[in-house]
Design a protein around this ligand. Structure first.
Ligand code: HEM
Length: 216
């Protein structure tokens, strides 16, 4: 087996893969939240942002293929690490990890990850696999003015927030960016990232719910 393959299949290698793909997905979420926040400036701003994006043509297709590959790598590696940890826990010789440093975010990572996967499938059905010849503001309006979708999306945004609250911190740890002196700063950066991203999405959900379909 080549050195590269062996490293990728080891626990340490898998943690690196999770960190790098997680970092990229965090970047996507930040860009997606920033782009979608154009809706705060009215439906025309939102539609013209989406038109600009679509005008990039094949570059968008390449970015979508890249994004899908990163998602798949993150999910498959995450499941493999989860199963590995499960069998290590069942092994009576395994060293028990201290529960002291565990947070709600870290404890629920596999479950919030699966919930986000389910949300993304629903989200793509709602906004991507629909008639793309209508303005994007109408597509989003049709979904997020329905209270049941506001509830599903609102809950999903909290789940995304919980997942990335640990995710960002974990990226720093796995890439070796940690030092007792700066750990509380890194924790703060992780929380700020999580609150900004989940907060923007949550505001959009509330804006559309209370706009009654009358987006300015
Ligand atoms: C209020 C919250 C959100 C709104 C209004 C929203 C809106 C949209 C819209 C309009 C599109 C279609 C873009 C296009 O056709 O070019 C889209 C695509 C997408 N969204 Fe969201 N989104 C939200 C939250 C999220 C979250 C939290 C995630 C991930 C956890 C996410 C993941 C995606 C993905 C993966 C795509 C497909 C990207 C592509 O094919 O280019 N979205 N979203």
């Amino acid at each position: 087996m080549s050195w590269f393959k062996q490293t990728c299949l080891s626990s340490v290698g898998k943690k690196y893969i999770m960190a790098v793909t997680g970092f990229m997905l965090g970047g996507f979420l930040l860009v997606h939240a920033a782009g979608n926040s154009s809706i705060f400036f009215g439906r025309h701003a939102f539609d013209s942002y989406a038109e600009h994006l679509h005008s990039l043509g094949f570059l968008v297709t390449i970015a979508e293929i890249g994004l899908l590959s990163i998602f798949l790598l993150h999910i498959i590696t995450g499941i493999s690490l989860y199963l590995h940890n499960l069998s290590a826990r069942n092994n009576r010789y395994a060293v028990q990890k201290s529960a002291g440093g565990r947070t709600w975010g870290s404890r629920t990572m596999p479950y919030t990850g699966l919930a986000i996967l389910a949300f993304i499938l629903l989200h793509l059905i709602n906004v991507r696999f629909v008639n793309q010849h209508q303005p994007v503001a109408d597509i989003v309006n049709a979904v997020l003015t329905k209270p049941v979708y506001s509830l599903v999306y609102g809950t999903a945004m909290l789940v995304v927030g919980l997942h990335i609250s640990h995710g960002f911190w974990s990226v720093f740890q796995s890439l070796g960016i940690n030092h007792p002196k700066y750990n509380s700063l890194l924790r703060a950066i992780s929380w700020i990232g999580c609150i900004v991203i989940a907060g923007i999405f949550l505001f959009i959900v509330l804006l559309l719910l209370f706009s009654n379909g009358q987006l300015a």
